[in-house]
Design a protein around this ligand. Structure first.
Ligand SMILES: NC(=O)c1ccc[n+]([C@@H]2O[C@H](COP(=O)([O-])OP(=O)(O)OC[C@H]3O[C@@H](n4cnc5c(N)ncnc54)[C@H](O)[C@@H]3O)[C@@H](O)[C@H]2O)c1
Length: 322
């Protein structure tokens, strides 16, 4: 198969390219390098089954050319990360809504299967666990810009489902939960790379809020495996599917665990949300996925333990000299 990976120079995208190439597939990437980097795909550059284009998914002519020549699309390109979205509110909404509309419209034009990346953020402010794909969604007001990321991804979900229902477009929406591993950058608000880099430098590990908020983490290879299985299993059209690990931990305990696993002398400090993100910031206090649907469709669910995930990621940052 020839597969277009939008956002293929990003964290998840570049690992997906690695997996696809290892499976004998042909890969085409489009990425504008806004948060991704050529370094992530440099090792693939001379591969005969790999090509990349540095451009935006908002370039409809190029998207038309690329989707026409591919068999399917994995659409990962997006404005990502709470910090990035808060700093770039308008362009984030444009990329996430208009870019996805272009990808879906063009995939529909050529009848190509498309996987659309959404996020666990769409669940909003739930306190129960596990979160199932048909749960209600609970957001704060639009004046709290944080919710714009969730809302823009939710529009993507509605658009994809509308293409499925009205045009029978073969599309699957994946809701990724916090994904961790090599090549992820801490620059845009991702908690694990930030904590690990602070721990390795013996700098204070900065927990935002009181640290009682919980998350689960998924190893990058588990996510790319799940995406590939969804791409090839022949099932799941018109479905929303969670992809995530299920080991829940508070962010305060995560900081302690990273400090311990990295043999760090860092102090753990708590920074109020308004100091970290400015006024009117709201966090999600809990986020644990149900992976029953993923398992039912593909026979697979993420399997790497949190300790393993953190150790592998610490090793990566240590080898990179942080
Ligand atoms: N990493 C996670 O924990 C996580 C969690 C939930 C959802 N997701 C979703 O997974 C996808 C990939 O995220 P990631 O973690 O790899 O982030 P990333 O920032 O590393 O990847 C996104 C890529 O898209 C590219 N991009 C952004 N705007 C673009 C545009 N207009 N045109 C072309 N390329 C553009 C960026 O340069 C980057 O390479 C995103 O859709 C994100 O919403 C990720």
């Amino acid at each position: 198969m020839k597969i277009l990976v939008t956002g293929g120079a990003g964290f998840i995208g570049s690992h997906l390219c690695d997996l696809l190439i290892s499976k004998g597939e042909e890969v085409v990437v489009i990425d504008d390098l806004s948060t991704g980097s050529l370094e992530n795909i440099a090792h693939l550059n001379s591969h005969p089954r790999f090509e990349y284009h540095v451009d935006t998914i908002l370039n409809t002519d190029l998207m038309d050319l690329l989707i026409a020549k591919c068999d399917c699309v994995v659409h990962l390109a997006a404005a990502v990360g709470v910090k990035y979205v808060l700093e770039n509110p308008l362009s984030s909404i444009e990329t996430n809504i208009l870019g996805t509309e272009t990808a879906l419209k063009t995939a529909n034009k050529y009848g190509k299967k498309i996987i659309v990346a959404s996020t666990s953020e769409v669940y909003g402010k739930h306190m129960h666990a596990p979160l199932k794909e048909d749960d209600n969604l609970i957001y704060g007001p639009p004046s709290t810009m944080r919710w714009s990321y969730a809302a823009s991804k939710l529009v993507d979900e509605f658009t994809a489902l509308a293409y499925y229902r009205t045009k029978k477009l073969d599309t699957i929406i994946i809701r990724c939960f916090n994904t961790i591993g090599p090549r992820q950058t801490g620059l845009y608000g991702m908690v694990v790379p930030r904590f690990i880099q602070q721990a390795l430098r013996d700098d204070p590990i900065t927990v935002f809020g009181d640290g009682t908020q919980t998350r689960t983490f998924t190893y990058i290879d588990d996510v790319t495996t799940a995406i590939y299985k969804l791409l090839t299993c022949g099932k799941g059209a018109g479905e929303v599917v969670n992809i995530g690990g299920t080991e829940e931990i508070t962010i305060a305990d995560l900081a302690k665990k990273i400090k311990e696993l990295a043999n760090s002398n860092s102090e753990i400090v708590f920074i109020p949300y308004d100091k970290a993100y400015g006024k009117d910031f709201e966090d999600m206090m809990r986020r644990v996925p149900s992976v029953e649907k993923l398992q039912a469709l593909t026979g697979y669910a993420p399997e790497t333990s949190l300790d393993e995930i953190l150790l592998k990621t610490i090793e990566y940052f240590r080898a990179k000299a942080y």
